[in-house]
Design a protein around this ligand. Structure first.
Ligand code: IPE
Ligand code: IPE
Ligand code: MG
Length: 235
């Protein structure tokens, strides 16, 4: 089977999943975080090289304070768990997004995790926290504009490759497959630049119910896709 090199996931539906069980939204987030562990391990076993997951968007700050606090607490704990699972799966971890807005202790844990795992070659996990595709592009434009203003770079030198290299995902190949759970058919500001030619897969299953078998279904769908990049198909 054709395995995508890079899978990106918008893990959506934690809140609705919890509500359907008469439980608070945060219960859904807790189960969602547990499920992430299962899916990372399975992705690694299947041979997916890069996995990027959307954990908290730049827009998610507009949720009620209690929910934002609960999500930050989960992320804080997740960084610790991740440090353990990373050595098991020989997984390198990178956090993408604007980390400067996060609490200092979370930033510290992220740095620790990234440093401890940077040489692992098993699977490369990117966690998007305080991430927005537009914000990422804005920050990259600011970095490039500063280089031009400082005389380090000429306007004519600005290429697609140079822009890619200024994004949080620099050196990471673009996703081949985007999965979004829980029946929402949009991108919600995720990896706007990088998803240019990704295959899209949407499922009605909410993230906490997205099992290993659901991942396999997504990969089977990907396998049947004929990828095109704008050229004419060869017979
Ligand atoms: C996804 O689940 C997790 C985050 C966005 C943090 P949601 O919290 O968006 O769940 P729904 O979409 O409201 O059900
Ligand atoms: C996208 O989900 C963000 C994450 C999964 C972290 P949302 O639930 O926040 O997106 P919308 O509001 O449905 O577009
Ligand atoms: Mg949602």
């Amino acid at each position: 089977m054709k395995i995508p090199n890079h899978v990106a996931i918008i893990l959506d539906g934690n809140g609705r999943w919890a509500k359907s069980k008469g439980m608070p939204r945060n219960y859904g987030h807790i189960q969602g975080a547990k499920n992430l562990e299962v899916i990372i391990e399975e992705a690694h076993n299947i041979g997916i090289r890069y996995l990027t997951v959307y954990a908290f968007s730049t827009e998610n700050w507009s949720r009620p304070k209690e929910e934002v606090d609960a999500l930050m607490k989960l992320l804080r704990n997740y960084m610790k768990t991740c440090l353990k699972t990373a050595s098991k799966n020989r997984m390198s971890v990178r956090v993408i997004g604007d980390k400067s807005a996060l609490d200092e202790d979370i930033q510290k844990r992220i740095e620790e995790l990234e440093r401890a795992t940077k040489d692992y070659e098993g699977i490369h996990l990117q966690i998007a926290i305080n991430y927005g595709g537009r914000d990422e592009i804005k920050r990259s434009v600011q970095k490039i504009a500063k280089k031009v203003a400082d005389g380090i770079l000429k306007v004519e030198d600005i290429s697609e490759k140079l822009i890619s290299n200024e994004l949080d995902t620099c050196q990471i190949p673009d996703p081949d497959l985007l999965i979004r759970t829980c029946n929402e058919l949009r991108i919600s500001n995720f990896l706007l630049w990088q998803l240019a030619y990704a295959e899209l897969y949407f499922t009605e299953v909410a993230w906490p119910d997205f099992t290993k078998d659901e991942l396999k279904k997504a990969l089977e769908a990907y396998h049947t896709r004929k990828r095109k990049f704008g050229a004419i198909e060869e017979e």
